[in-house]
Design a protein around this ligand. Structure first.
Ligand SMILES: [Zn+2]
Ligand SMILES: [Zn+2]
Length: 343
């Protein structure tokens, strides 16, 4: 063992390891967002690439645990422990806290303190204001492990209300056509609804059946969504000129095409890439992302002030290069298995 003197703490790379199961915190004996079932997991948020089934013990925010129970049932974890934002818990030789990540309801950064060093695992995050979750909180640290889903300077998300106004405008100029918007079930769906309400759209919003349970869960956590109606049972006639939200896969198949002359829209950070929109047959691309764009990523490096950054989960090279130029020790962390469910 290295000396434990506070002047010479063991470097975090000696106690945080990338294993086949995922990111392992050795002195605590737990993993963060493991890919395979493990004895002890700390989960940043409920998206399926982070919250996987079958762990014996799970620690997460109350919101994330509720989402996991709804989506995974029995698989949500043998023993579940809720940790509120800001509360501290000791696991082995590590002090663990959670801070808001601003990504989806319950999403958290994981703050790890051991032997005089503090490491923050961002999980997925964004800095844009979102009525459906607590805002990202920058936490000063020695090592910041950041996602980089949109880690290229070309990715700059436009203001979200502007995108929503495009949708409302289209509804006004095509009053006979059903507008079907592809949204991820967890996070994007509820955020889009709150944005529409904030922009003054107060008509009922119709939901594909796959989106209903998670909307109900959000409402249970106090997120007002206005009047929602099931789209599956609604008559075709009622849906003329109406707004229907559906999972991206449903928008791409026959489900959407049975509607009257639908306007197909999609809300995703990837809609910034025109080719992706065209490939998916999207007539109305809406660039609305639950991940930090380039400016938010670089701003966050400034805000947390970490002398060292590990980049994961996307386009690592550009952000590593940017950080290095600013005198930050930076490297790509070879974590695999993240599929950007909520992009
Ligand atoms: Zn992710
Ligand atoms: Zn996510």
């Amino acid at each position: 063992m290295p000396s434990m003197s506070p002047n010479n703490p063991p470097h975090p790379e000696r106690w945080m390891k990338v294993c086949p199961e995922g990111l392992y915190v050795e002195p605590g004996g737990f993993y963060v967002d493991p890919l395979r079932p493990v004895e002890r997991a700390v989960i940043t948020h409920g998206h399926s690439d982070h919250a996987r089934p079958g762990h014996a013990k799970v620690l997460a925010t109350p919101g994330t645990l509720a989402i996991m129970r709804q989506r995974l049932g029995e698989g949500a974890g043998g023993f579940q422990q809720a940790l509120e934002y800001g509360e501290a818990i000791r696991i082995g030789e590590v002090t663990v806290r959670l801070a808001p990540a601003g990504h989806v309801l319950g999403s958290a950064q994981v703050i790890l303190e051991h032997a005089g060093s503090r490491v923050v695992v961002s999980g997925d995050y964004k800095r844009t204001f979102d009525r459906t979750c607590a805002p990202f909180e920058p936490v000063p640290c020695d090592v910041f492990i950041t996602e980089a889903t949109f880690g290229l300077p070309v990715f700059r998300h436009p203001p979200d209300l502007g995108e929503v106004r495009k949708l409302i405008h289209s509804l006004e100029i095509f009053p006979e056509r059903t507008h079907v918007v592809g949204v991820y079930a967890l996070g994007k769906c509820q955020r889009l609804i709150t944005l529409l309400r904030a922009a003054g759209y107060d008509r009922p919003i119709y939901l594909h059946g796959a989106l209903e349970p998670i909307c109900t869960l959000y409402e249970g956590f106090g997120i007002a969504l206005g009047e929602l109606r099931p789209a599956t049972v609604a008559a075709k006639e009622e849906l003329k000129g109406a707004l229907v939200l559906a999972p991206p896969a449903a928008v791409a198949d026959r489900w959407a095409r049975r509607l009257t002359d639908p306007v197909v829209a999609m809300a995703s950070g990837w809609m910034r890439v025109r080719q992706r929109a065209r490939q998916r047959g999207v007539e109305l691309p809406l660039v609305i992302s639950d991940h930090a764009d380039w400016d938010e990523l670089t701003q966050t490096l400034d805000d947390v002030g970490a002398p060292e950054v590990w980049v994961t989960h996307g386009r690592e090279e550009a952000l590593v290069h940017h950080a290095t130029q600013r005198g930050i020790r930076a490297r790509a962390l070879a974590l695999v298995g993240f599929e950007e469910e909520g992009a």
